[in-house]
Design a protein around this ligand. Sequence first.
Ligand code: SF4
Length: 87
Amino acid sequence: MTGVHEHTATYDWRDEAACVGEDPEIFFPLSDSAAPGSEASLARAICRRCPVLLACRTWAIERGEDGIWGATTAAQRRSVRRAATDR
Ligand code: SF4
């Protein structure tokens, strides 16, 4: 598997994704734990140097994706969605 979590559609922000060529497994960790050395931690470190972090994060929030996107975990993005819904 390669590419930005195997997205099937083409988005221009994807062309600049820092995770292209990285192991996609670390972006879908079994645990949301971001403890040092964890898969989520490794994925988020890659995201933090990604030039399209915000576009990616917004995309994942809007779609309710699982895994690490835009340096956030699925639980973090669910919180953002809940906060936006509660407004
Ligand atoms: S923010 Fe992270 S998951 Fe999103 S495109 Fe960049 S490296 Fe990939």
